[in-house]
Design a protein around this ligand. Structure first.
Ligand code: AFP
Length: 316
């Protein structure tokens, strides 16, 4: 489906299910994506419930935060068990991949059920990140990924998905429907914002030179500390870069390949952008373990190519 198919006047009447059907996405995959979208509403309800409790119990915040991560994971796992399309489930909250199907289902799902949960008390946006694979995980993303999506819980709840036919955004309306808001999102060649993880004092020289280059070019700093809203910003503003680099004391960076980086790389590539660890495309990196971490530079093409150049020069 091309961006011209649905005009601004009519797109608010196209809901997620109809969009996936019109785009010709395979029936089991679109049912699974729909099931996850519905699950987003339950997780959002849990966040609201938890926030009310937190208001009066700030001193036990850490325990409450853990409970919220865990309950989001449980909600998601139960929904996937009931979907009938998922064989195995891997979650940032679990040490191992678990079986949720009978053994003949088509899909393998990875999840960061509630990314950025340390931001709940500040009322900044947080999110759920999902990867849908055709084979076992851990895996090299380009070999196995069928779809990816994230949900943002912010002033609005938005749902961004790609099943390999572009990247599209939906907004949950007051009637509880996900309606199309941005179809076939395409990043520009370059953007004007940068989002920087890690402490500056821990950056490598090559990374520091890259950031100084962006600063000379006039990039504006935009970092919330939540991967989902930070990536969403690059996508919706049509460009820029998010990076969580290799650090001097931690060369693998912070973010997890299977749970965070692969799904976002899939969505950004489908939107015409790029994602790299500095040398390889994120989707080309073999995953050896579930908790594998990698550095990341993700966003519009110009900034990611520049990151590659600066990092390559740094190793010469
Ligand atoms: P939490 O889920 O513990 O809040 O971590 C969030 C996160 O994994 C990701 O959403 C951010 O991009 C990254 O951490 C922020 O890390 P710093 O706190 O080091 O900036």
């Amino acid at each position: 489906m091309s961006a011209d198919n649905i005009s601004d006047a009519t797109k608010h009447f196209v809901d997620l299910r109809r969009h996936m059907w019109m785009a010709g996405i395979e029936v089991d995959l679109r049912r699974l994506i729909w099931q996850i979208a519905v699950t987003g509403k339950y997780i959002s309800a849990k966040i609201h419930e938890s926030n009310r409790k937190l208001a009066g119990l700030k001193n036990i915040y850490n325990e409450e935060q853990l409970a919220l991560d865990r309950s989001s994971d449980t909600i998601l796992r139960i929904q996937l068990e009931h979907s009938g399309f998922v064989r195995e489930y891997a979650s940032e909250e679990l040490a191992e991949t678990i079986k949720v199907g009978q053994g003949d289902e088509k899909y393998f799902v990875t999840a960061d059920p509630l990314d950025g949960s340390s931001l709940v008390d500040t009322n900044l946006a947080i999110g759920t990140i999902i990867g849908i694979h055709r084979n076992h995980v851990p895996a090299r993303g380009r070999d196995t990924m069928a779809a990816a999506l994230y949900i943002t819980y912010g002033p609005l709840i938005t749902f961004v998905y790609s099943a390999g036919k572009g990247t599209h955004e939906f907004v949950l309306n007051r009637e509880g429907e996900y309606v199309l808001s941005e179809e076939n999102i395409m990043l520009k060649e370059r953007g004007s914002i940068y989002s920087l993880g890690g402490l500056r004092r821990d950056w490598t020289e090559a990374h520091t030179r890259y950031i100084e280059f962006l600063e000379r070019e006039g990039y504006k700093l935009r970092y919330s500390g939540g991967f989902v809203p930070d990536i969403n910003q690059v996508l919706i503003k049509r460009g820029g870069v998010f990076t969580y680099p290799a650090l001097k004391n931690n060369p693998r960076g912070k973010l997890r390949l299977n749970f965070e980086l692969q799904p976002m790389a899939f969505l950004i590539e489908q939107a015409g952008g790029k994602a790299t660890d500095g040398l390889r495309d994120i989707l080309d990196i073999p995953a050896d373990s579930l908790d594998q971490r990698n550095p990341v530079y993700i966003g519009s093409r110009f900034e990611i190519e520049k990151a590659r150049e600066f990092l390559a020069a740094g190793t010469e």
